[in-house]
Design a protein around this ligand. Structure first.
Ligand code: ADP
Ligand code: TRP
Length: 324
């Protein structure tokens, strides 16, 4: 199976990115042909500082490797370095109904949030994502729940193209983990944890002191019972989910373990667990930060391998559309 996914280089990776996406990537890379890239072209749909952008991209590459992506097993590269992504995006634009794009939740949210910068790229974002996926004849796309609508649109675009121009693209499937597909914000557990709101995040590379501070001050309700009930008790339920996923214990077992204990005791235990479990990530990142040339070489190699697959699809698409 060919597996593909990407993350925007818009800040440090957090435990939501990990539990919702990267953890699955690492499992999948053992048995499959995997392609993981850094979606810098998607990131510029919101303003970025050109002076620091290259550094942020490299930092995301370092973080990919620190979490366990293996360049021997997976193709790892930067999206903008393989120009076929933008070329296919344009070609797919010509068959994508604009109405579908205006319906996208992410577009509605982002254009609400950034009223002064509703650029065409923000609207076209899912078509570029479809191009990313279809370019590599992808079977499986491991992502968090928030990306399902974009994945569905990729499938619509692929089918439309195949119907009009003949069998060209594989129809990709989303791959979403049963738990952890939506980790909520520590500060407002009704919203998703997101890089765009740093105060919502527990970053994968936070230092122990920071982890303790963030977990101890995570928003919870005023009751004192440690019970999983996402509707009535979203804060404690989110923390239970995190605890369960990092400890491999079921939520039921955790409810039993913490019966009669107060929130502070539960949070202290969770902070300790996270400090322990995230330690290897912190160590690996520090080591990789001092090996910039090595990381850059991995990206260069990945780019070459990605391009050769991408070119073969683009050649076919051009012919099918009468452009060659
Ligand atoms: P962010 O919203 O934090 O900037 P991205 O949009 O770059 O994250 O998403 C990268 C990947 O991580 C996607 O597959 C996305 O579905 C997943 N993801 C992002 N936030 C969460 C979350 N809070 N819970 C689970 N998965 C998430
Ligand atoms: N839109 C995705 C996100 O914000 C990132 C992304 C871009 C992606 N292209 C992709 C994810 C292709 C999976 C496949 O999370």
């Amino acid at each position: 199976m060919r597996v593909l996914s990407g993350i925007q280089p818009t800040g440090q990776l957090h435990i939501g990115n990990y539990l919702g996406a990267i953890k699955q990537w690492i499992e999948l890379q053992q048995e499959n042909e995997c392609i993981f890239f850094i979606t810098d072209l998607h990131a510029i749909t919101l303003p970025r500082d050109p002076k620091t952008f290259q550094k942020e991209i490299l930092n995301t590459a370092v973080e990919y490797l620190a979490t366990g992506l293996d360049p021997e097993k997976s193709i790892i590269f930067v999206q903008s370095q393989v120009k076929e992504h933008t070329e296919l995006c344009w070609l797919l634009n010509t068959i994508t109904p604009a109405a579908e794009l205006f319906r996208m939740t992410q577009y509605k949210d982002k254009s609400q949030q950034f009223k002064k910068n509703i650029n065409a790229g923000l609207l076209d974002y899912p078509v570029l994502q479809a191009a990313d996926i279809l370019l590599y004849q992808t079977d499986i796309v491991p992502v968090g729940k928030d990306q399902l609508q974009h994945l569905e649109l990729s499938r619509i675009i692929a089918r439309k193209f195949n119907n009009r121009f003949g069998e060209t693209f594989k129809i990709p499937k989303a791959y979403v983990s049963k738990t952890g597909a939506k980790i909520m914000s520590l500060e407002n557990p009704k919203k998703k944890m997101s890089k765009s709101i740093p105060s919502s995040c527990l970053f994968l590379f936070d230092e122990p002191k920071e982890i303790k501070k963030k977990i101890m001050s995570a928003t919870t309700d005023s009751q004192k019972i440690i019970k999983y009930d996402p509707k009535k008790k979203p804060g404690i339920s989110n923390l239970l989910t995190i605890y369960s996923l990092f400890s491999n214990k079921s939520i039921k077992d955790l409810e039993k373990k913490f019966k009669g204990k107060n929130y502070a005791e539960f949070k202290k235990s969770l902070a300790q667990l996270l400090i322990l479990k995230l330690e290897p990530f912190r160590r690996k990142k520090k080591e990789l930060l001092s090996r910039e040339v090595y990381v850059q070489e991995i990206l260069n190699k990945g780019e070459k391998r990605a391009r050769s697959i991408a070119q073969s699809t683009i050649t076919d698409v051009r012919q099918k559309m009468g452009l060659a």
